[in-house]
Design a protein around this ligand. Structure first.
Ligand code: CAA
Ligand code: FAD
Length: 380
């Protein structure tokens, strides 16, 4: 076993940490308050090669591995979880299925601009009536000559409105339920493809979450991803890796909260000494550190599995479940370490606590991770 990062992975961590602290952190609180997405930050990530970290150079990427990618999401999320999920949805949810299931033409036409950061990606599976029960979708795609005509709506779409490309799942054969589901690449600006309500959220407020509406959107067959009927498997396999991106986001949030709490515990004095010298606070910090480290190890292990070609669906569901729950616990404790000051916007820990909550909900709630893990356990 190898617990040391390679020189390249260390270099990527340092680069993303420097970038995050210099360019992302200074506006994180303000963007959160204003619910403002900043495309300029995405453009800067593109200049650093982050928007195409795991893809080969022939598709516009920088040819690094999945561990480097999760390290990047972790470091961004350590200062701004919204920026972390922007990258995670872009790479894991939009670019990955094109890289894995796309034709050579689709990779050149769609993956390359995503990897280069000229385009931003999104993934649209959830609907008003089908969240956890993803197979219960209602959106349809009817074949018409060389096109498909899509009708329906998808909700909660991360990067919605800002994204240029959307992986959309629709039923080409509703009678067959999930076996009649097909994946499509929709492009912003297609006739009949519009944006609906923007959600006002508890956390990750500078990550836009929108409804997308398809009203007779004509999609050429060249934009169909995979074969008819393969859509549900594409959706599920995409989430297998995507969930580890969310685990990385959770690790970053928890690390940011721990760093802030440890720093404060050394400075803040009560009863004539720093609060960190009181065992009640010191033990809290120790427990928080253990949770962060255990989450990180599960997350890095799942990423390693993906790069090594070892099955990673279960590892990824485990990392997302553990890191999400841990991030929630760690951030609640961070607010506690700050006392009353932690409850105000003068310090970042209340934002970390609000942001942590989503890691237990999206890309499959943590109850659904337990469904996935237990199903696999019982199959074996
Ligand atoms: N890989 C490949 N195939 C898979 C699979 C996987 N990981 N998981 C299931 N399948 C296949 C099964 O083999 C089965 O195929 P057959 O019918 O051909 O045998 C088919 O899919 C149906 O499987 P199940 O009966 O297990 O499916 P189900 O309807 O019971 O649902 C579920 C399973 C795991 C609960 C699934 O619905 C699920 O993952 N739900 C959560 C949805 C979700 O995570 N949404 C996230 C949206 S994206 C997001 O939130 C974005 C963001 O954070 C930024
Ligand atoms: P429901 O499925 O209605 O679940 C409600 C409750 O019931 C939950 O606690 C759930 O765990 C529980 N439950 C449901 N089924 C079971 C079960 N079988 N066993 C035990 N408990 C169960 N979706 C996308 O497609 N693309 C995106 O980019 C995207 N981004 C998102 C961003 C944000 C900010 C949010 C909030 C959501 C996003 N989602 C996205 C949707 C997200 O994946 C869903 O919200 C999530 O899968 C849960 O679905 P739901 O909200 O409909 O809850």
């Amino acid at each position: 076993m190898q617990f040391q990062l390679s020189d390249e992975q260390e270099m990527i961590r340092k680069m993303v940490r420097d970038f995050s602290e210099k360019e992302v952190a200074p506006t994180a609180a303000e963007r959160d308050e204003e619910e403002r997405f900043d495309r300029g930050i995405f453009d800067q990530m593109a200049e650093l090669g982050l928007t195409g970290i795991p893809w080969p150079e022939e598709y516009g990427g920088i040819g690094a591995d999945y561990l480097s990618y999760v390290i990047a999401v972790e470091e961004l999320s350590r200062v701004c979880a919204s920026t972390g999920v922007t990258l995670s949805a872009h790479i894991s949810l939009c670019s990955w299925p094109i890289y894995t299931f796309g034709t050579e033409e689709q990779k050149q036409q769609f993956l390359r601009p995503l990897a280069e950061g000229a385009k931003l990606g999104a993934y649209a599976l959830s609907e008003p009536g089908s969240g956890s029960d993803a197979a219960g979708m209602k959106t349809t795609a009817v074949k018409d000559g060389d096109d498909y005509v899509l009708n329906g709506s998808k909700v909660w779409i991360t990067n919605g409105g800002e994204a240029d490309l959307y992986i959309v799942f629709a039923l080409t054969d509703p009678e067959k339920k999930h076996k009649g589901c097909t994946a499509f690449i929709l492009e912003k600006g297609m006739d009949g493809f519009t944006m609906g309500k923007k959600e006002k959220k508890l956390g990750i407020r500078s990550s836009p979450t929108l409804e997308i509406i398809m009203d007779n959107v004509r999609v050429p067959k060249e934009n169909r991803l995979g074969e008819e009927g393969e859509g549900f498997k594409i959706a599920m396999q995409t989430l297998d890796g995507g969930r580890n991106g969310i685990a990385a986001q959770a690790v970053g949030i928890a690390q940011g909260a721990l760093d802030a709490a440890a720093g404060y515990a050394k400075e803040r004095k009560q009863f004539g000494k720093p609060i960190g010298q009181m065992q009640g606070i010191a033990f809290k910090l120790a427990d928080m550190a253990v949770k962060v480290e255990a989450s990180r190890l599960l997350t890095y292990q799942a990423a390693w599995c993906e790069s090594a070609g070892v099955p990673y669906g279960m590892a990824s569901a485990m990392s997302k479940l553990f890191a999400g729950d841990s991030a929630m616990e760690v951030t609640v404790e961070a607010v506690q370490v700050f006392g009353g000051y932690g409850y105000t916007k003068d310090y970042p820990v209340e934002r970390y606590m609000r942001d942590a909550k989503i890691t237990q909900i999206y890309e499959g709630t943590n109850e659904i991770q337990r469904v996935v893990i237990s199903k696999m356990l019982l199959q074996e």
